[in-house]
Write a protein that binds this ligand. Structure first.
Ligand code: AMP
Ligand code: MN
Ligand code: MN
Ligand code: MN
Length: 283
């Protein structure tokens, strides 16, 4: 059993990278990947735990793209954690968050919500400041009682405080990942669109954009979705991958390895991904 999609406090999760790595064996995992959004920050501390952990620890990241007018996430597994070019690209990409955060705070202020950018930034424990940190700041001030309430009332994609951020196009994300020795994979396609969507054609386009595969296993899929995306991967000749999308206490319903409880990703999935590696020489 493996888990190839998780987050720490370096982006929008709550565990430290060390604690996440040290939880792998207890969760019964043979392999665990850390895939924080827009950063490689947690990877050295995560990988440094390898001597203490039987599970294989794998570096990764998760990038946000724009595809067909909507947000599509892309995982880069096996990226070189010390790749300076990728780190520079991600630092620049994170600036779009900084600008967006300021605009969201201004909107919230206009709605009569007293929140400052400093209060939001004080909630972040790494270089990534996301909407989760806005939600935590609203909670800390007693303006909402829970994270879901913060998103429903103020921060969610349909809520009045929302401002979209700049996103990459899929070929750019795939190229950044490949140039850092990684394997580009579409994250949770089932969250982008359901089974009635024209996935056959869309996956052809994403493969042409450079994606090697996609998450056929995912912490929030039901059995029918998993079966559908496994079949789609076989039909398209693309690699299935998957993970829980664990975020610690920020998404308490998702547990390491098992997601909502029934996820079990077989170790063979990792063997397919290994074959797709482009020869990054970081390890
Ligand atoms: P950002 O990357 O800044 O757009 O923020 C995305 C973060 O907000 C992720 O951790 C999401 O899981 C979280 N998020 C987005 N929408 C919701 C929602 N409706 N309820 C709870 N968390 C959400
Ligand atoms: Mn997240
Ligand atoms: Mn995602
Ligand atoms: Mn994720």
């Amino acid at each position: 059993m493996i888990d190839l999609h998780t987050h720490t406090c370096c982006s929008d999760g709550t565990d430290t990278p060390e604690a996440l790595a040290l939880a792998a064996d207890g969760a019964g995992l043979e392999a665990l990947a850390l895939t924080d959004h827009d950063t490689l920050e947690g990877l050295p501390a995560f990988l440094a735990q390898q001597p203490r952990v039987k599970a294989r620890l794998i570096p990764g990241t998760e990038l946000s793209c724009r595809f067909l007018g909507r947000s599509l996430h892309v995982l880069g597994l096996f990226v070189d954690p010390a790749d300076r070019v990728l780190e520079g690209r991600l630092a620049e990409f994170r600036r779009s968050r900084t600008e967006r955060n300021a605009r969201m705070v201004a909107r919230l202020n206009a709605l009569g919500v007293a929140l400052t950018l400093e209060e939001v930034e004080a909630q972040a424990r790494g270089v990534v400041v996301s909407r989760v940190h806005m939600a935590l700041a609203l909670m800390a001030k007693g303006l909402v009682r829970s994270l879901p309430e913060a998103f429903d009332r103020f921060l969610g994609d349909q809520a009045p405080g929302y401002v979209p951020r700049e996103e990459l196009d899929p070929p750019t994300a795939a190229r950044w990942i490949r140039e850092a020795g990684g394997v580009p994979l579409v994250a949770h396609p089932g969250r982008f669109a359901g089974r009635s969507f024209g996935w056959d054609e869309a996956m052809d386009r994403l493969r042409e954009a450079g994606m090697a595969g996609f998450e056929a296993y995912y912490g929030e899929y039901g059995p029918a979705e998993q079966a559908y995306f496994l079949d789609l991967a076989a039909r398209k000749g693309m690699l299935p991958c998957g993970g829980s999308d664990y975020h610690g206490a920020n998404k308490p319903h998702l547990r390491l390895g098992v997601g909502r409880g029934r996820l079990r990703i077989p170790g063979e999935v990792l063997e397919g991904l290994e074959r797709a590696r482009t020869g990054g020489a970081w390890h």
